[in-house]
Ligand binder design. Structure first.
Ligand SMILES: [Zn+2]
Ligand SMILES: [Zn+2]
Length: 255
């Protein structure tokens, strides 16, 4: 598996992009920077975009990638998400006010985007992967994803604070190659992290210890807030008994 980091931050500056990762050039995990971070050819190669939740930093470039793909007459982009996210995208984003309804353009039969509802923990075959959505703990309905392909599995946490089910499912999973997990604020901002449904290094380590063998699983951190980048990185570097790396823009991992 080839994992490309397109955007890995919890905010934006010219040096920080919001969440988007691409697996094997076919599957995007969140859409925070799919057009600001990918050239046109790479945008057109995507088959699926899995969306963890409806917050703007995870959906924003669905607008611009739909526009590009429509003009290029690309195949429909499958947008996989839970019911709440699809409902929010339809009502508040692709609602013919904020942006055109690309699920009906150029036509209902051959649209630019096609929603695929993912029910919690029910596997769906997408772009050659077995994909499962796992509910996590954020301020709105949010899911992480597990993708299983011929060469192993990848897990993505979505935005979450302390949670349980994701770790239970991962403990049952053979051949987990890597885990992408969020951490947003430093420990001293714990109150803010708790009310906004995010991790600090101290809650992250407590959650990772729910894994049977956290040391054996390459754990790639993302969603750090730009204002706190250095402080969070420093605190994460001191965590013991885990296998952590902080992702950076344009990182590529062969898993
Ligand atoms: Zn969020
Ligand atoms: Zn976010």
């Amino acid at each position: 598996m080839d994992l490309r980091v397109v955007g890995c931050h919890g905010g934006e500056t010219p040096k920080h992009r919001t969440s988007a990762f691409v697996l094997d050039e076919k599957v995007a995990l969140d859409a925070g920077s799919l057009t600001s971070g990918l050239d046109l050819a790479a945008q057109l190669r995507l088959e699926v975009c899995l969306v963890s939740h409806a917050h703007l930093d995870h959906i924003r470039d669905l607008a611009t990638i739909a526009d590009n793909r429509c003009q290029a007459e690309a195949e429909p982009l499958l947008v996989g998400a839970n019911r709440a996210t699809i409902d929010a995208l339809k009502a508040h984003f692709f609602n013919n006010i904020i942006w055109p309804d690309f699920s009906q353009i150029p036509s209902g039969d051959q649209p630019t985007i096609k929603f695929v509802e993912l029910e919690p923990e029910v596997p769906v075959e997408l772009a050659g992967y077995k994909v499962r959505a796992i509910d996590v703990s954020h301020t709105i309905d949010t899911c992480g994803f597990i993708l299983e392909g011929p060469s192993g599995a990848l897990a993505y946490s979505g935005d979450t604070g302390p949670t349980d089910r994701l770790w239970e499912v991962l403990n049952e999973l053979p051949d987990l190659r890597a885990l992408l997990v969020e951490v947003s604020f430093p420990d001293r901002e714990q109150r803010l992290a708790t009310v906004s449904g995010h991790h600090t290094p101290q809650t992250l380590i407590a959650d990772l210890k729910k894994l049977t063998n956290p040391k054996d699983i390459p754990t790639l951190l993302y969603h750090i807030k730009p204002v706190f980048q250095r402080e969070v990185e420093k605190q994460c570097a001191q965590l013991k008994g885990v296998n952590l790396a902080v992702t950076a823009l344009e990182d590529r991992f062969v898993l």
